[in-house]
Every structure is written in structure tokens, then in C-alpha cells.
Design a protein. Sequence first.
Length: 229
Amino acid sequence: MDTQIWYAIFSTLVGGIYGACRRLGEIRTLGMLRSRFESLPKAFNDHLIPNDSKRRGFRSAFSSKPSQKPGDGKEEDKIAARFAQIWNLIITSFRQEDLIDNREKDLLLVPYCKDREMDMIQWPPFLLASKIPIALDMAADSGGKDRDLKKRMNSDPYFTYAIKECYASFKNIIYALVVGVRERDVIQKIFKVVDDLVADDTLIRDLHMSNLPTLSKKFIELLVILAKE
């Protein structure tokens, strides 16, 4: 009996120390998950996906094909796609076990079927939710001064992701709807002006942002109409 008691105490202490060193159970709330989600794909790839050089073994030493660097865009896309597939399987299993409902499932799923025209890694909606309305209000009230908006975006990278994804999706939808040659030329010129202002970091200063909330409402109404079609 004494041996079992001491073994239970020893295993508890060792397990606690090991868990603390391995940082197990560190993510305990949705806020902590949101703040650390950006690093999950790389951590998943580093710890659970075998390295190509290790997988090929001796043959890789004589391979003439250059290996991709970790920072390459194609490699980042592969890492994101691998993680998205596994993450979505986990979320789907949660739904099958009735641990979450359909709405929560849709918020947690990663859109790994990448839109090539958007040219960016997309994140699950729960990370980007409420970012756009807040950014719209801040831009509308900025009065041409973008310091507060930039400060907020720098403090939360998902603000930047949400704005870029929303703008890219908006462009794709408009280009898909406008079919006339003359009309498409006008739309392209408008988007080029906006893109140039973004590149020059003068968008909020040079454009009237007070009408952004109205534009957003009209765009939402358009999406509702398209969803019914």
C-alpha cells in the first residue's frame, strides 16, 4: 500500500513537471487559442510532419533538386494546407460527436480550398469575427488620421488578415459580377487607385472614410441577394 501511495505521488509530481516543461494545457480559453493560433501550423508541421530530407534519407544527399527554404511562399502554403486538413478533420469529428453545433463548426473550419486569385492564407472565421466592423468604425471616425487604426492593427495581426481577406473577396465578387468590357475597365481603374494608395500608405488620408459603413451595408445586402439566387 505504501509503495502505491508513493508511486502515485511520484507520478503526479513527474507528470506535473513534464507537463509544465512541455507546456501542456497552456491553451485553456478561446482567447488564448486565438492569440496562439497563428503559430499552430508551423508547430504542427515541425513536430508531426516528417522532414523531406529525413523521409528521403540517403537519396536526398545526391538529389539535384534544390530544397525549399522555410520562408518560401510555396512552403508556407503547403504547411497551411496540411494543418488545415487535420484541423478540419478534428472540428468535423467534434460535430459528429455533437460537441459543437453547425454554426460553431462553420466558425472553426479553416477554408483550405484556397482561392488562387486572393493569393493569401485564409484563417477560420472565429479569428476574424468582429474585426471588420471595428475597423470600419475606426476608419470612419479617423478624420484622415490613421494612427489609432494602425496601432490597433499592429497590436492584433488578425485585423490585417481580416481587412486583406475582405478586400480581396470584395474584388473577386465585383469582377465576377461585372461582365461589360467598359464597366470592367472602370472597376479596374478604381481598384488600381485604391491599391496605389494602400501601397503608398495614404489610403485613410486621401480618401473619405466616413462612407465606409454605408458601403459595407450595401455590400452585405448584395451578398444576401446573391445567396438567394
